[in-house]
Design a protein around this ligand. Structure first.
Ligand code: ADP
Ligand code: MG
Length: 686
């Protein structure tokens, strides 16, 4: 029986489209024909197991081979084969609807077209000028057939000679795709797509080192592992097996923290193993590690959009026959099964973490530092996961003790609620740099959290948003009595002139620091607290830190950092600075200060006067009068400040106090630091 005909596509254009437009994913043709060979082999095994096929199964290895001279690539299986009717039905009749429209829409997306039309087999025409099928069905009395097609919608089909059941697919690789006749190339593709297929696949022979070179042995080179760990029962696997599989997938990587073996039958099918890597920093570093399979056929290793983003930090394998093999990414993202699978994984991951937390808190805490980034990322990006994770997400304090959110709240509730009823969470971002602040806070009996992770700032913001009357404040944001205000502040007992004097002597002597402004403020802290303290408002600092992470918000980044230099007016050293200054400067300052007083009075009188009038009623002379007064005042104040700053320049106590405060904040560097050291040595020598 020989036959000629037209392939039953409704569009004549399908071949040119396959050939021309589907350039991006050419290589998947190999996956398609090898997985067809696997399907045919598995069908035969199934038929044998139910007694419908009674013959010998024999060696079912699938062979992939290249004949460079003939320019062919052949995939041979010993599966069910096809009868002439079956070729007609499954190869010649490609049933589809709305073809042209669809093709137009997806012409750049090979996977979408192939998937839509079930064109797995036809993908071979992306790389071939001619394709032949030589096949013998397992059915009794079947006639071997040869089908041939040169890439036009015409084909020929005729009887041929073949004694073993099964199918050879022979591709005559076209000139533009010669790379697919290259051994290394094909080896690479088989490794990529076919590495875990369930039927042995041979490509060439195993080689051995003989007489100074590699030579083929008689043994087939099997490129796949037919029973990878994820298809086996968890009860059959040891920890070593799981770790070994991880090493197979990701050679040279660090041992995973732990893993989850997924095995779902309903309402969808899903198997797989997800590994938790040791994530330290840099979220992007370990992306694209989860491999997606469909019945052990590799689909993709970029799963963003398919699983929730935070899960892409995990490693391992997911396998579901419900994940369509041949569809585009956009299709996958909207596919219902894929969504269900993704929700399921999120739930399983939360289950596993909760179970570890409940069953072995000690071990869980040991792993926390490595898990933290992952869990926080999940909490920030996935509401469902957040709901679960608040129960097992941990806070760590500066003494490396761990608490759940609830535990921590209970711990600090009584002691760290301020007079407005707000609960204040104190934290540090660096135990080293903020050491003295942490000490001061601890001395008060308060607890300090260590929040030095990449996502901690975001977690803080989220926590504040989700919990009323809750505020996080870094220990160096203010004096501790101000951070947790329990009663009204102690009165600062200074006259106007004293304030001015102190402000000027300190402000004028702060060393020039890059992008930093200082405001001198006063506070009556106890005499046990430091004399001078540098703080930065929580709000300002967070704005800067957040903007540093977000491109396009450089406004805050450009602004200088503003700090408060808080003078503790209860401290004897600050009192001494004031007393020294008064002794040294009072004589010179007294007349100027008296003058200032007089001119200030005049300024205020003029203003009151002019404010009574309408803008246009104020005469030019009156305006000038006020302006002159202002100038005079400016002038007098500069004179006063000059006296103060000249004096302060020669006062080593002021410099020492400023430098010590900067030093306590990690801000004393370079020349300023070296000056401080020299001065301190001189002072000790006195
Ligand atoms: P799919 O695999 O999705 O069914 P394909 O285009 O890959 O679509 O294959 C079409 C059909 O051709 C298969 O369903 C099968 O019936 C038949 N077929 C393809 N390759 C083989 C083979 N190696 N052995 C037996 N039948 C095959
Ligand atoms: Mg197929």
């Amino acid at each position: 029986m020989s036959k000629q005909g037209n392939i039953g596509v409704t569009s004549e254009n399908i071949f040119p489209i396959i050939k021309k437009f589907l350039y991006s994913d050419h290589e998947i043709f190999l996956r398609e024909i090898v997985s067809n060979a696997v399907d045919a082999t598995q069908k035969l095994k199934t038929l044998a197991s139910v007694g419908e096929f009674k013959g010998e199964l024999g060696d079912l290895t699938i062979h992939v081979s290249i004949d460079e001279k003939a320019g062919t690539l052949t995939v041979s299986d010993r599966g069910v084969g096809m009868t002439a009717e079956e070729i007609d039905k499954y190869i010649n009749q490609i049933a589809f609807s709305g073809a042209e429209e669809f093709v137009e829409k997806y012409k750049n997306d090979a996977a979408a077209i192939i998937g839509h039309f079930g064109l797995g087999f036809y993908s071979t025409f992306m790389v071939s000028k001619k394709v032949e099928i030589v096949t013998l069905s397992y059915k009794e009395g079947a006639v071997p057939m040869k089908w041939s097609c040169d890439g036009s919608p015409e084909y020929t089909m005729e009887e041929t000679i073949r004694d073993s059941k099964g199918t050879d697919i022979i591709l005559y690789i076209d000139d533009e795709n010669k790379e697919f006749l290259n051994k290394d190339k094909i080896n690479g593709l088989l490794k990529k797509y076919c590495r875990f297929l369930p039927i042995p696949i041979a490509f060439g022979k195993k080689q051995e080192w003989k007489d100074g070179k590699y030579v083929d042995t008689d043994e087939d080179n099997i490129i796949n592992d037919t029973k990878p760990a994820w298809v086996r029962k968890p009860s059959e696997l040891t920890d070593e097996d799981y770790k070994k599989f991880y090493q197979d997938l990701y050679p040279m990587s660090e041992e995973p923290l732990f893993w989850i073996h997924l095995n779902v039958d309903y309402p969808f099918h899903l198997t797989g193993i997800l590994y938790f890597p040791r994530i330290k920093s840099n979220l992007d570093l370990n992306r694209n590690k989860i491999q997606l399979y469909s019945n052990q056929v590799f689909v993709t290793d970029s799963v963003e959009g398919i699983v929730p983003e935070f899960l892409t930090l995990l490693h391992g394998v997911l396998d579901s026959p419900d994940i369509p093999l041949n569809v585009s990414r956009s299709y996958l993202q909207s596919d219902n099964n894929v969504k269900k699978i993704s929700n399921h994984i999120t739930k399983k991951v939360a289950d596993k973490l909760e179970e570890m937390f409940k069953n072995d808190r000690v071990q869980y805490e040991e792993k926390w530092d490595s898990l933290k980034l992952f869990i926080q990322y999940g909490m920030l990006s996935d509401d469902k996961f957040y709901e679960r994770a608040v129960k097992f997400a941990l806070f760590k304090d500066v003494d490396s003790k761990y608490y759940t959110c609830d535990e921590y709240k209970t711990l600090i509730k009584d002691n760290q609620t301020d007079k407005e009823g707000e609960l204040i969470y104190l934290y540090t971002s660096s135990k080293e740099e903020q050491y003295s602040y942490i000490q001061a806070v601890k001395d008060k009996g308060y607890s300090v959290l260590l929040m030095d992770g990449q996502l901690d700032l975001h977690i803080i913001a989220q926590y504040e948003q989700k919990n009323e009357k809750t505020r996080f404040v870094r220990v160096d944001s203010d004096t501790i009595d101000n951070i947790i205000r329990k009663s009204d502040a102690n009165q600062v007992d200074l006259t106007e002139n004293q304030r001015n004097a102190l402000q000027e002597v300190f402000k004028s002597q702060v060393p020039k620091l890059d992008k930093a402004d200082f405001y001198v403020t006063f506070e009556a802290l106890s005499d046990k607290a430091n004399p001078v303290l540098i703080t930065q408002s929580e709000y300002m600092r967070r704005m800067r830190e957040m903007s540093a992470m977000q491109p396009g918000m450089s406004f805050y980044g450009e602004m200088p950092d503003s700090y408060n230099m808080v003078l503790n007016t209860d401290h004897p050293l600050v009192k001494q600075v004031l007393a020294d200054e008064e002794t040294a400067c009072a004589g010179k300052l007294a007349p100027i200060e008296a003058d200032i007083k007089g001119w200030e009075q005049r300024q205020s009188d003029l203003r009151t006067e002019q404010n009574k009038k309408k803008e246009e009623e104020v005469t030019a002379a009156e305006k000038e009068d006020l302006e002159n007064t202002n100038h005079k005042l400016d002038d007098l104040r500069s004179q006063r400040n000059k006296i103060l700053s000249d004096y302060a320049g020669g006062d080593s106590l002021i410099h020492e106090l400023i430098d010590l405060a900067l030093l306590g904040n990690g801000m004393l560097k370079g020349e300023a630091l070296s000056n401080f050291i020299k001065r301190s040595i001189q002072l000790i020598g006195k």
